[in-house]
Structure formats: structure tokens, C-alpha cells
Design a protein around this ligand. Structure first.
Ligand code: DGJ
Length: 724
């Protein structure tokens, strides 16, 4: 066999090209090691746990005896099209003269250390023929074991170059097998997981919806290496593209069974023309790697997000009462005044006025009209927002408001005045998503308008304390009256959105902003850097939320998840409240209609939540019992000192006899410490099945576990652990 292959001119086994120089990109526990060979090809040498002796990275590739690699660049750190590369490229271009060749060679690299354990490694690559350059950036967050990768593309050719693909990152992973966990969804069905072994060929995760881009698929995924990772075992990369628009992740299992992971902005309808000396900066690809399963990976991301990836990650949040499901569009000043009193009665911090407060010529009385006309509706609110804020203050609560400033209803004054501000195809029938269209944020005048919506509200009402930013439509009929090159629309839209958000944050750095998109249609780390929290889904059925929040929690810290208690679902109020507590709690129910006992429970819950919210927001999260597999879901949060923890347990299977038959093994405690376990948020007037006088060691609770006594009639149990 070997002889036959040799005769045919192939060598059956080949050692990968030998790196003359390695560039280790390191975090506390992990390494991504790149290599430069004698011909200045930059390749991927190693991805995994960090080695104590850096010199040993040069030996890694000699341990692989895989089949012939014909091109010599299959493991490129940033593969290009139009060279020897035979696989999916990270970058493809059409040069100014029409040539499509690109072969990037290593030029130099440098490293810059920054505060908080951050290091930025920059590698410069240049085409071997054309004056075309790519800078690769690897930003490492050592403590959190998180890496961000992106690139910057530029050239000094005589004519513009067209970029037809422009990935952020290109990883090359070696393992016996790979498993992918990715997500699909729709309205009210966000974050539905799929997990499967990756087979040969290319699996693409992508979005082409423009805005509300993640409606069908978010840019969030995990790749387990060797075997599917569990919570505490296995090698797993948890990754995401930080881009609030069309993204693309290609996972290509090649002929040698290695996995090429190429992630970034989607090139769909987006061939980008780059003028000489202009820089095209890609989105960031964010990942963490864990050799101890998904639990550690998610805690890495939580720690990273609170420190670097969101607004005010170490701060506090306000509990709230929202009126969306309580009133929909049907409210007036008087009704709102009552709701403000209810806010106080409930004991939460803020009242959030949702959709329907604006527009006069075409009043916003349903979702067919008014979007774009951001002036208080004079019939509903004759005294304006400022009056409502005064009322809120009189009730000792704060006031927040809903906006959807990127959108317009065709039935609006804005549409009548500025049809050229709207994304639509001239001469073609308009197609609406929730009866609305998207404003053209590539146009700086439209950016000013959108910024102005927020700025006006906050200038006129400095006491306004919270904004819910919604985005309910996708982009149909992509066309901008402003752009000369329509291929730039999807990318420049997102850039325009970021410019607006940047301006808002420069002027209003601390105001809490909720990232909403008809539910979780837009939850990504590109947007979250401007927001304090997101709205996971309009589906607030607590049973559904247990699963959704479970999946979101692999990527985002609990404090970012806005969980509202509503009328959705068949579970009792206590169950609904307990589920909402696992994040940033709010209410969207008619408080005035609650029976006395339920009102007492709701008020008590706010107090209970106040006593545990800091553990949930700033502590470490452990997913203990998996609702996809077990009849009981258990999730635990432990404070940094391991002195206090809160454990949520829910019955998710209503079949006969289902419940917590055995103990749930707790995590994250100090084995040698002693803890008291007591049940909180009991229904008023009931007694707990848990004996709160007993003391257990951390060792017992982690090795033997604790039974929360979940069963029919006790289908939601919240336990607090306190170190003695
Ligand atoms: C969609 C959001 O997800 C809801 O919470 C609500 O704000 C409506 N939009 C209002 O139109």
C-alpha cells in the first residue's frame, strides 16, 4: 500500500510542515499556538491546555501522522482563496486589476500587555505579490481564559479591492472526533439546542436576516473535542461571533479529519469594496476553551462578560414592573398612574412603560401604525412623559420606557416625510415584518435621527432611568437610497448601529439599556457591550424558560437575563416567580387583579430576591440537574467567598411519581466548611419540608448531595445555603 502510494507520487503519511518559530497565544490555562515555517506560512500548531514548557510546542506536530496534505496550507492560521488552499478560505479577494490570487505570508508579530491581564498579539501578514495586508489580532484575557480574534484588512493597490470573504478567525483543531452544540429558534422558541457529531464536509451556522438577525439561529455554539463534553468533563470550545447582524461560522471536517473553524461577518450579499489605505476591521470572534467541561467554560464567559463584555457588569440592577402584557396598547395616563402605585405596592424599583405611548397623526394603538413618530400621544398621555416621571417619583419608584428607534411603520409621519430613510427596493412591492420596515442606519442623517430619539427623551427627562430598546423586523428587500454600493448595506448597517450606540454610551454611560428584539432575536456580545441586559424571549412560560435560560447561561451571565413573571404557562405564581429569579427579575402582570395571597407572595418574593440577587448576579453559576435529561432541573449560584449560595429546583416532568428521588450533588462550596440549608420563598402560610436546623459539611453536600424534596405540590423549591 505504502509502496503503491509512493509510486503514485504520494507519501501516505506526511509530517506536517515544520514550524521554525512558534507564536504562543496564552491564557491562564490554555494555549493557541501558531507557527511560522521556512517559507513564512503562518499555521496552527496547537490548540488546547497550556504546556508548562513552551519549547515543547515545537514537538506537537511531529506527533501527528495523518494522511498526505497536498496543499501545505490546510492548517493555515488565516487561509486565503486563490492560492494552493483547497478548503474553505477565511479571506477571498478580487484585486484592483481583477486578479483573485492571495497568498498571505508572515511578516512580523508583536505583543502588547494591557491592564487586567489582557495581552494583544498582533501578527502582520502580507500577500507575496500584491501590496495587500492583513493584521491578525489575538486578544487574550488570561484570568478568564477567554480569547478574542479579529483581523484588519488593508492595501495600497492602485484601484479598490473587493473583499468577497473576510472572516474574523480561522482555527484548526485536531481531535479524534468533534461534537457541535448549536441553536435554532423562532419567535417564542429561542435557544433550542441541537447537538451532533460533526461529519465530513462543511456545517454552516449563519444569519441573513440583517436586523433581528438571530431569530432563526444565534451566533453561539460549542465544539467538544474527542467526545461530547458534560458539565464537568471534556474539552470544549464555547464560541460566538460578536456581531449584531449577519454572521457566518463554517465548520469544515477535512480529509484528514481535522476541523477548520472559520467565523465572522457573513459575506452573503456583501462583497465589500475597499479603497487603497482604507482599513476593514472584522467583527470579533470570542471563545473560551475548557478541559473541564461546559460548566467551567460558561463561568469563564460569565467572568469575562462582567469584567469586559457588557455595561456595568459589576453593578446593580433594578427590579421592575412592565405594562406590556398587562395592558398592551390599551392604556392612558390614569391607568398608568394606577400601575405606578402597583409598582410601589409590589416593592420593585422601577416601572417600565412599553410600546404604545407615542405618535399622533397615526396613533400607536396597535402595531400597524406610528413607529417612527416619537412624540407622546396626546390622547393617551396629555401631560407627557415628564408628568409620568413625576408621578413615579411621587410613588418613590423610577421610570423607564420602551423604544424601537431603528424602525418605521409605513403608516407614520416619518415614512411620509423621509421615504428615502427606509430600507426598501425602489419599484418593488414592500414587504413588512410585523407591519414595519427598517430605517437605513448606513445613512449618517438616519443615525442622527436614531441617536436623537434617545437623546431627546433623556434631555427632556433627565430622571428617565431605564430604556428597553426593541427591534422587531428583519431586513426584506435590502436596498439603501444612501449607499452607492448596495453590497455594503448589511455591514454598514451594523456599523451605523454601533456608531449610534457608541454616541449614546459616550453621553449616557450608565443608563440601563435592555437589548430586546421581539424576544431574543439579537442577543450577542457585539450588542451587549452597550447594554446592561437582554430580553431572552417573549415566551415567559416558566417551563420553557427553564430550558431557554439553561442554554443562554452557557454564554451569558445570569445578571444579563431579564426574566419577567407573566401570565404565560400553567404553573402557579410561585413557580413563575422562582424561575424569574434566576437572572434579573421583573413582573409583567396585573398587580391589581392578584388575589391577596398571591400579592403577598409576590411582595415577599421581591424581598427574598433582594436577599439573594447579588449571589445570582455576581457569583458562580453551576448547572446541577439537566432538565433535558432529568425530571428535576437544578441550578445553583455561589458567592465568591463560598459563604452563601442559592439553589433553584423545579419539577419539569409531571408524570406520576416524578420528583427528586435522590440527592442533587452541589458544587462550588468549600468541602471543609459547614452550611445550613433552608428553604426560602415558601407560599405564605406553608411549612417547608426541609429541616433548617440541620448542618452539613460542604463535602457532604458535594459528594452525597442534598434532596430538595421536589415533587407534585412542591414543584418549585428555592434553597439558601449559609456558611455557619
Ligand atoms: C416585542 C417585545 O419582545 C415585547 O416585550 C414588547 O416590548 C413588544 N415588542 C412591544 O411591541
Amino acid at each position: 500500500m505504502l509502496r503503491l502510494f509512493t509510486l503514485l507520487g504520494y507519501c501516505f503519511f506526511s509530517l506536517a510542515s515544520v514550524a521554525q518559530q512558534v507564536i504562543p497565544v496564552l491564557t491562564k490555562s490554555n494555549a493557541l499556538v501558531l507557527g511560522v515555517d521556512a517559507k513564512n506560512n503562518l499555521s496552527s500548531v496547537y490548540f488546547g491546555q497550556r504546556l508548562a514548557d513552551e519549547r515543547e510546542y515545537t514537538n506537537v506536530l511531529s506527533m501527528y501522522r495523518q494522511t498526505e496534505e497536498y496543499s501545505g496550507v490546510a492548517d493555515a492560521a488565516y487561509s486565503s482563496a486563490g492560492s494552493r488552499n483547497l478548503f474553505e478560505p477565511a479571506i477571498s479577494v478580487v484585486h484592483g486589476d481583477g486578479n483573485t490570487g492571495l497568498e498571505l505570508a508572515y511578516v512580523s508579530h508583536s505583543s502588547q500587555t494591557m491592564p487586567k491581564g489582557v495581552t494583544l498579539t498582533t501578527i502582520i501578514l502580507r500577500d507575496r505579490v500584491y501590496p495587500f495586508q492583513v493584521k491578525l489580532f489575538y486578544k487574550t484575557y488570561a484570568e478568564q481564559d477567554v480569547v478574542e480574534i479579529w483581523s484588519s484588512i488593508s492595501h495600497t493597490e492602485k484601484k479598490p479591492v473587493t473583499l468577497t470573504k473576510f472572516a474574523s478567525a480561522n482555527l484548526y483543531l485536531r481531535a479524534p472526533e468533534f461534537w457541535l452544540r448549536n441553536y435554532h429558534g423562532d419567535w417564542a422558541r429561542e435557544m433550542q439546542p441541537d447537538e451532533a457529531r460533526i461529519t465530513h464536509g462543511i456545517k454552516t451556522l449563519d444569519a441573513k436576516l440583517g436586523t433581528r438577525a438571530n431569530l432563526f439561529q444565534p451566533p453561539l455554539f460549542m465544539v467538544s473535542m474527542g467526545k461530547p463534553a458534560t458539565e464537568d468533563d471534556g474539552n470544549v470550545l464555547v464560541g460566538s461571533v460578536s456581531w449584531t447582524g449577519n454572521f457566518k461560522v463554517d465548520l469544515e471536517l477535512d480529509n484528514r479529519d481535522n476541523l477548520r473553524l472559520i467565523a465572522g461577518i457573513n459575506n452573503f450579499q456583501s462583497a465589500y469594496t475597499l479603497k487603497p489605505r482604507e482599513e476593514f476591521e472584522t467583527a470579533r470572534f470570542l471563545y473560551t476553551f475548557s478541559s473541564e467541561g461546559k460548566g467551567l467554560a460558561s463561568r469563564n464567559l460569565h467572568n469575562w462578560a462582567r469584567e469586559f463584555g457588557m455595561v456595568d457588569g459589576h453593578g446593580s440592577r433594578m427590579t421592575l414592573l412592565n405594562n406590556w402584557e398587562a395592558t398592551y396598547f390599551d392604556f392612558n395616563e390614569q391607568k398608568l398612574a394606577e400601575l405606578l402605585k402597583d409598582t410601589k405596592k409590589l416593592g420593585v424599583d422601577l416601572f417600565l412603560l412599553d410600546d404604545g405611548w407615542f405618535a399622533n397623526k397615526y396613533p400607536r394603538n396597535d402595531d400597524h401604525a406610528g413607529l417612527g413618530d416619537w412624540k407622546e400621544n396626546a390622547t393617551k398621555l396629555p401631560n407627557g412623559i415628564s408628568y409620568l416621571i413625576k408621578e413615579a417619583t411621587a410613588n418613590d419608584v423610577k421610570f423607564g420606557i420602551w423604544i424601537e428607534p431603528e424602525m418605521v411603520n409605513p403608516k407614520s409621519e416619518l415614512y411620509e416625510k423621509h421615504p428615502d430613510w427606509v430600507i426598501r427596493q425602489p419599484g418593488r412591492e414592500e414587504h413588512y415584518f410585523r407591519n414595519q420596515l427598517v430605517l437605513d442606519l448606513t445613512n449618517p442623517t438616519v443615525q442622527d435621527f436614531v441617536f436623537g430619539v434617545v437623546d431627546d427623551l433623556l434631555t427632556k427627562n433627565p430622571a428617565l432611568a431605564y430604556i428597553k430598546w426593541d427591534c422587531n423586523a428583519v431586513i426584506y428587500n435590502a436596498h439603501s437610497a444612501f449607499l452607492n454600493n448596495q453590497q455594503h448595506l448589511y455591514i454598514d448597517y451594523v456599523r451605523g448601529l454601533y456608531k449610534v450606540l457608541e454616541r449614546i454610551r459616550a453621553k449616557y454611560p450608565t443608563i440601563p439599556l435592555m437589548l430586546c428584539s421581539g424576544g431574543g432575536g439579537r442577543v450577542d456580545y457585539g450588542a451587549l457591550q452597550y447594554f446592561t441586559e437582554y430580553w431572552p424571549s417573549d415566551n415567559t412560560d416558566p417551563l420553557e424558560r427553564i430550558y431557554m435560560q439553561w442554554e443562554y447561561s452557557y454564554f451569558f451571565p445570569a445578571m444579563t437575563s431579564s426574566n419577567h413573571v407573566t401570565e404565560w404557562g400553567k404553573q402557579p405564581l410561585k413557580y413563575r416567580i422562582d424561575v424569574a429569579m434566576m437572572g434579573k427579575m421583573g413582573f409583567d402582570i396585573v398587580i391589581g387583579k392578584l388575589p391577596e395571597k398571591e400579592l403577598a407572595l409576590a411582595r415577599q418574593s421581591v424581598k427574598v430576591y433582594d436577599s439573594v440577587k447579588n449571589i445570582i448576579w455576581h457569583g458562580d453559576q453551576y448547572r446541577l440537574s439537566d432538565p433535558w435529561k432529568e425530571p428535576v432541573a437544578s441550578v445553583m449560584y455561589v458567592d465568591r467567598q463560598k459563604t452563601k449560595a442559592v439553589l433553584f429546583n423545579y419539577l419539569v416532568n409531571n408524570r406520576y411519581g416524578q420528583g427528586s428521588v435522590g440527592p442533587v450533588k452541589l458544587k462550588g462550596l468549600n468541602a471543609g466548611d459547614k452550611y445550613r440549608v433552608r428553604e426560602v420563598n415558601l407560599l405564605p402560610g406553608t411549612r417547608s419540608a426541609i429541616d433548617a436546623s440541620k448542618i452539613y459539611t460542604g463535602e457532604f453536600l458535594m459528594k452525597v448531595g442534598f434532596n430538595p424534596a421536589v415533587r407534585q405540590g412542591r414543584n418549585s423549591v428555592v434553597l439558601v445555603l449559609e456558611k455557619m
